[in-house]
Ligand binder design. Structure first.
Ligand code: PA5
Length: 418
C-alpha cells in the first residue's frame, strides 16, 4: 500500500463546486508540467531519467565510505542537504559512519564543535553546492579541506572528498584538478527538488539506506501523478490548499506525532516556503512536532485565528513497541494506561488532536504511510514536490525560482567585501 491521503475534513470546509473546478484546473496544470518542454530548465525532477545519475558509482563509493569512514560529513545547505537529512534522521542508524552536517551555518561555535567531533576519526566528506557560490558550503569546504590537508596525503584526500555540483561549475573544476569524485547536480533540478539526484542519493547510500527502495517509492508516486490526474494525491492536495488559501487560510502547519519526522518537515517547510512565498503571496509554511508542541502551540491551533491549515504526516506502524507495565504500589494516577502500548497511546493522542482541531474549525489534512521506510519517503518527497509545483503554478507564481533570497545576500556580500 502506498501513501493514503485524507482530505475529507478540509474538503468539507469548502464549496463543492468551486473545489471541483479547481481540481480540474490543478489536473490540467499537472498534465502540463509533464507534457511541456523544459525550456526554463527547471523540470528535471519530473522523471527518474533526468534526476538519477551515476547510481552505480554512488553505490560503490558509499560502500567504500561505509567500510573506511568513522565520520561522513555532508557539506551543504537548504535543498543541498535537507532531503537526505530528512530520511537519515528518521531511519535507524545502521552500522557505518556517523553522519555529520556542515556547510549549513555561519556560527563559529557550531563549526568549532563539529570539527572537534572529527578529531582522531577517519573522515570522508561530500561537498554539495549547485553552482558553488553559496557562502556556507563554500567557506566550510575550505576549512574542512585544510583540516584534511593537515592529516591526509593528497592521494588520500582524493579518495575521501566527493564534490557534487553542476557540470562546468568551479566545484567540478576543483574536483578534476584534485582527483575528487565528481557527482552531477543536474542543471534542470533546483535544490529543493533534488531529493532523487546524486545530491540525495550518495548521503543516503553512505548512511546504509536502501536507495533502490527509495527510488521505487519515487516511481510509484510519479506513476500515480501521470496516470491518475484529478485523483492523484498531489493534484487533490494542491487544489484543496489553494482553495483554502483563497478563503483566507494563509498558514499551513505540517505536524507529526513522530519526532523522527522533524527534519523531513523542515524539508517540507523549505520546499513550500521558497517555492510559493513571492510577489507578496503564498501560504506561510510552519512545522510542529506533537505531542510536545501541543503544549506550546496547541492552544493557538484550537482557538486562535482561523487562518490555519494543519497537515498531519502519520504512520500506521511506528516500528517500535513500549508497553506500560502495571505499578499499583505507587498509586501514581496513571493506572488507566496499564498494559497499553505507546503505539496505541500515541495514536489515540493523534486521533484526539485531529478531532479537536477539526472540530475547532481547522481544515485538517492527513498523509498516512504504512511505515517509516525508504520507500515511503520516496513517495512522500515526490508527492510533495509535484504538489508544490502544481500549487505554485495554480497561484500564479514561479515555484522554481527564489529571487527573493538574493536580497539579504547583496548586503551581506557588500559587508564582507565580496
Ligand atoms: O532550493 C534551492 O534552490 C535552495 O534552497 C538551494 O538548495 C540552497 O540555497 C543551496 O544552494 P547551493 O546548492 O547552490 O549551495
Amino acid at each position: 500500500m502506498g501513501i493514503i491521503v485524507d482530505l475529507s475534513r478540509a474538503e468539507s470546509c469548502l464549496d463543492r463546486e468551486e473545489l471541483r473546478e479547481l481540481r480540474t484546473r490543478a489536473a490540467a496544470v499537472c498534465r502540463n508540467l509533464y507534457e511541456r518542454e523544459d525550456k526554463e530548465q527547471v523540470l528535471g525532477w519530473r522523471t527518474r531519467e533526468s534526476s538519477v545519475m551515476q547510481l552505480e558509482e554512488i553505490k560503490a563509493k558509499a560502500e567504500e565510505i561505509r567500510e573506511r569512514a568513522d565520520v561522513f560529513v555532508i557539506v551543504g545547505v537548504g535543498g543541498s542537504n535537507q532531503a537526505a537529512r530528512g530520511v537519515i534522521e528518521a531511519l535507524p542508524q545502521r552500522r557505518g559512519p556517523e553522519i555529520v552536517y556542515l556547510g549549513n551555518t555561519l556560527s563559529p561555535y557550531t563549526i568549532e564543535r563539529t570539527l572537534e567531533k572529527l578529531e582522531g576519526k577517519s573522515v570522508y566528506m561530500d561537498v554539495i553546492a549547485k553552482n558553488f557560490e553559496t557562502l556556507e558550503p563554500g567557506s566550510h569546504f575550505r576549512i574542512l579541506r585544510q583540516w584534511m590537508g593537515s592529516r591526509y596525503s593528497r592521494e588520500e584526500m582524493a579518495r575521501r572528498i566527493i564534490v557534487t555540483g553542476t557540470k562546468g561549475s568551479r566545484l567540478e573544476e576543483i574536483g578534476l584538478e584534485n582527483g575528487y569524485l565528481f557527482l552531477e547536480f543536474p542543471v534542470p533540478v533546483g535544490g529543493r527538488y533534488s531529493a532523487f539526484t546524486p545530491v540525495g542519493l550518495l548521503p543516503l547510500a553512505a548512511a546504509g539506506l536502501d536507495v533502490d527502495r527509495y527510488l521505487e517509492g519515487m516511481e510509484a508516486a510519479l506513476k500515480d501523478c501521470l496516470d491518475n490526474g484529478e485523483d492523484s494525491p498531489a493534484v487533490r492536495y494542491a487544489a484543496v490548499r489553494q482553495l483554502l488559501y483563497r478563503r483566507g487560510y494563509d498558514i499551513e502547519m505540517i505536524v507529526s506525532f513522530e519526532p523522527r519526522y522533524a527534519f523531513f518537515t523542515k524539508w517540507w517547510v523549505q520546499l513550500f516556503g521558497e517555492s510559493e512565498g513571492k510577489e507578496k503571496r503564498g501560504i506561510f509554511p510552519a512545522a510542529a512536532v506533537y505531542s510536545e508542541d501541543l503544549h506550546s502551540i496547541g492552544q493557538y491551533m484550537q482557538e486562535g485565528r482561523r487562518n490555519l491549515i494543519e497537515t498531519f504526516v502519520s504512520v500506521k506502524d511506528p516500528g517500535a513497541s513500549v508497553t506500560v507495565e502495571p505499578c499499583p504500589e505507587y498509586r501514581d494516577g496513571f493506572d488507566y494506561l496499564d498494559g497499553m502500548d505507546f503505539a496505541h497511546i500515541n495514536r489515540a493522542a493523534e486521533r484526539a488532536t485531529w478531532e479537536a482541531h477539526g472540530g475547532g474549525g481547522v481544515p485538517c489534512i492527513r498523509f498516512e504511510a504504512d511505515e517509516v521506510s525508504e520507500k515511503t519517503f520516496g513517495e512522500l518527497y515526490y508527492y510533495f514536490m509535484a504538489a508544490c509545483a502544481v500549487s505554485g503554478e495554480l497561484m500564479g507564481v514561479n515555484p522554481f525560482d527564489q529571487e527573493g533570497v538574493e536580497e539579504y545576500k547583496r548586503s551581506m556580500f557588500a559587508a564582507l567585501g565580496r
